[in-house]
Design a protein around this ligand. Structure first.
Ligand SMILES: C[S@@+](CC[C@H](N)C(=O)[O-])C[C@H]1O[C@@H](n2cnc3c(N)ncnc32)[C@H](O)[C@@H]1O
Length: 340
């Protein structure tokens, strides 16, 4: 069964989670935790014993479904889901007809027969929820499980900016379930799929964890296959990477990032603000260059309250073009001024 961290995701803080959690525990106080750019959700998951109230947000559709699959506290029947998955895995893929996934992604991101089964399962989930054969939590678990199962075998180097050009992609797809989390009765978790700058105006928290994109690489373009399969609107696709029309293009990946970051921090209603960032702005590849400098972050946070800075060396995602020596990861912790 998949845990929430069994995913390839650029910028995931999985390997830094102990460091981040210790820093937060030692420098912040409170009962609520808001993961503003939650990505995989591994940071929230790691903090689940520490607070009473959680808010988790990311503007990608696939991430929202994954949070709902893992975290939403509603009833589901695991035996029923296991049986369904077993039935799907026993289907003879060769006998399946073509569908949206196989036509677009077959022999590219997936083996053609695997793609047929992925498309069949996705279509089935939609019809099962419409006919009330599964409830909404069961739907989220099954769809999140499909996303993890796809991601495990996709013919890519970790994201979907390109597929590897090989002749015979091995058939490796197996539908496996995620392992949903149970939280205590006194705990709450709210899940959002919103632009962070819009959401911060409506919610309040003790500790806000801010881990925005660092460079010009757009997450919605990297994970377009997962977004497409999640939304299931079957759009027309373009280019060799077979991407749909642009959606959810982040201002944090553009030159407006410092301005938008300042706006976010100004509007945040929190007692502590925790920001992570890294020093790739010296990178030779322009796509990897930081959009906000450390000095800009420092001065924006200093206006909000007293800010401490912690850093450590870190080996970072590298798709080949990027040369990153002396890469460091930073955590800023701001104790917000009472009028801040
Ligand atoms: C560096 S990643 C976060 C990684 C996460 N902390 C983890 O450990 O997996 C940044 C995330 O911000 C999301 N994002 C980018 N711009 C956003 C925006 N304006 N509002 C909400 N989410 C956004 C991206 O989809 C991406 O998942």
């Amino acid at each position: 069964m998949f845990n929430i961290y069994n995913r390839r995701y650029t910028g995931s803080k999985y390997k830094l989670r102990d460091w981040i959690r210790d820093l937060i525990r030692n420098n912040c106080e409170g009962n609520s935790f808001f993961d503003v750019f939650a990505g995989t959700g591994v940071v929230t998951e790691y903090m689940l014993k520490d607070y009473e109230n959680y808010i988790i947000n990311d503007f990608l559709y696939s991430n929202e479904i994954i949070y709902k699959g893992f975290f939403l506290q509603e009833n589901y029947n695991m035996d029923k889901l296991m049986q369904m998955v077993e039935e799907y895995n026993s289907i003879n893929k060769m006998n399946l007809g073509e569908n949206y996934v196989s036509i677009n992604f077959g022999d590219k991101y997936f083996n053609r027969n695997d793609a047929k089964l992925i498309g069949k399962i996705r279509e089935d989930l939609e019809s099962k929820i419409k006919k009330s054969m599964i409830n909404s939590k069961e739907y989220y678990i099954l769809l999140a499980s499909l996303l993890f199962s796809i991601d495990k075998i996709a013919n890519t180097c970790g994201h979907y900016d390109a597929y590897r050009r090989i002749d015979n992609i091995e058939s490796r797809f197996k539908y496996e379930l995620i392992l949903p989390k149970t939280i205590n009765k006194n705990q709450t978790i709210e899940i959002y799929r919103e632009d962070a700058n819009v959401l911060v105006k409506r919610v309040k928290t003790d500790i806000a964890f801010i881990d925005p994109p660092y460079n010009s690489r757009q997450y919605s373009r990297f994970y377009h296959v997962l977004e497409n399969i999640t939304k299931w609107e079957k759009p027309e696709l373009y280019g060799t990477a077979l991407k749909p029309k642009e959606e959810n293009m982040s201002e944090y990946c553009r030159s407006s990032a410092p301005k938008i970051f300042k706006d976010l921090i100004n509007n945040l209603d929190a007692k502590y603000v925790v920001v992570t960032y890294n020093n790739t702005y010296n990178s030779k590849s322009s796509a990897s260059k930081n959009k906000i400098t450390l000095d800009e972050i420092k001065s924006i946070l200093n206006e909000k309250g007293e800010t401490k800075i912690f850093d450590k060396p870190y080996k970072f995602f590298n798709a080949g073009k990027t040369e990153l020596k002396n890469h460091r990861e930073y955590v800023f912790i701001t104790k917000v001024k009472s009028n801040g």
